[in-house]
Design a binder for this molecule. Sequence first.
Ligand SMILES: [Zn+2]
Ligand SMILES: [Zn+2]
Length: 539
Amino acid sequence: MEARNFFDVWPGIFLVDFFRYFITAGLAFLIFWVIGKNHWRHLFIQKVFPQNKHLVREFAYSMSTVIIFSLIGFCIYLSVKAGYTRIYDDVAEFGLFYLFISFPVTVIFHDFYFYWTHRFMHLKRVYKYVHRVHHESTNPSPWAAYAFHPWETVIQALVFPIMLFSIPLHPIVITLFLLYMIVRNVIGHLGFEIFPQGWTKNKWLSWTTTVTHHNIHHERFHTNYGLYFTWWDRWMKTEDSTYHQKFDEVKSRPKISRERSKASVTISVFLITTAFISNAQSVEGKWTTYNEETGSPLSVIEIVKVDNSIEGKVSEIFLEPFQGDDPICSKCSGQRKDQKVVNMNFLWGFKKDGSEWTNGSILDPQNGEVYSSKLWLEDINTMKVRGYGGMMDLFYRTQTWKRIGTSENNSPVGRWHTIDDTWNKVKSEVEIIERNGELFGYIRKIFLLPHEGKDPVCIACEGKLKNAKIVGMTILNKFKQKGDKWEDGDILDPGNGKVYTASIWLVDNDELRVRGYLGPFYRTQTWKRVKSSTTQLGK
Ligand SMILES: [Zn+2]
Ligand SMILES: [Zn+2]
């Protein structure tokens, strides 16, 4: 009799368990990981998406979990039939108030059960046999919701019979609980932070866990064990010390607009569209191209002489983190089609003509177009590159490229490491450039510790710079030369958003002093010149 029962009843239980997982995780995956992937890219907590093989693994383990859940479900079915559970059908038996209160009771009880069994599963001797499978996802997707080893599945499932045997529950409450459980579980593994800004610091809301909360558990293992609520982690001092900071960092990221990232690639490559020349002055060497609007460096171009003409390739592109790491030229034609932009030969055929190099071609890897171009040196360190476009080459655009590494003759121009006063650690790399006789400085790189996040923005800045990315930001403005010093400029501290009047001077060619004034007080920092193979080049 029981065998017949099993095949009559179990498939139904299996399908309910399967679709409960598949529909919830699948919808989350479809909405966030497929359709809205680019739209919400800035809210993706970790830097990169996991490889597909991890998603497949998560799904496969989840299938084994669904089977085990449905088997346990069948046992529960038998217990219900035999009258062993405390499930009741008549609302009137315990009243409406009890009906309403019993739902939060199930949620609070499950949270308690989860926290402590989770701590148990993290014990060294238990972990590797039971919980390691779930932690193979260090960057989980919605499919990880049920990605458990069978032992863990049994532990996770047991909470349900425990409640059914001890607490009187109406089928409505049981259904609600099962839905709540899977929805919160999938949200915990969503990867995108969907909770609103300020959530973790709100007196009332902060008790609910966010996506970042469980994501940190997957990334760092020994903190944030909680499921629905943050209180057990707070009481047991297992809340991650970077939790609020991480949440704020994710929520303060500016939205990535496609147009913006496209535009900057276009510019970087169009920059690739300029020129030089000269008598005794060589255009060979490495050159930095700049974003004309912001002045921040965009790419490094290397120019070499081949026979009587010159050729140039892209040797480095400074992309924003969200533009990916290694762009390819999808719009190019011929042998350049789908080739990597870095190392691509994009400038060729320039012939010397007096003080200019003319009749050359420059490819814009963004749109695959080739422009006729010429270039010339304005001085030994400055190259002008002009690209022609439109009908009969009526339109042109001229860019300025700066030679890398030759401005080291007692000028602050060049790249500098800023040093943390307290820890004597390199904090960032700043490039100082000269424009119309004044010095400006941009942050090229920041060296962060892992817990400090990946791509910080200036939260404390005001005006246009509010929430702008710190990398690429102009922090030194309008320093004018007076004798040995550069003065009357201002310096922005992206840490607190404050702007100070400042002056800078060289102690020797490799050491720069930067002094910021606040009323009668001042503070001086020492910056060290960046020594790298590229900066040595034009010597
Ligand atoms: Zn998890
Ligand atoms: Zn864990």
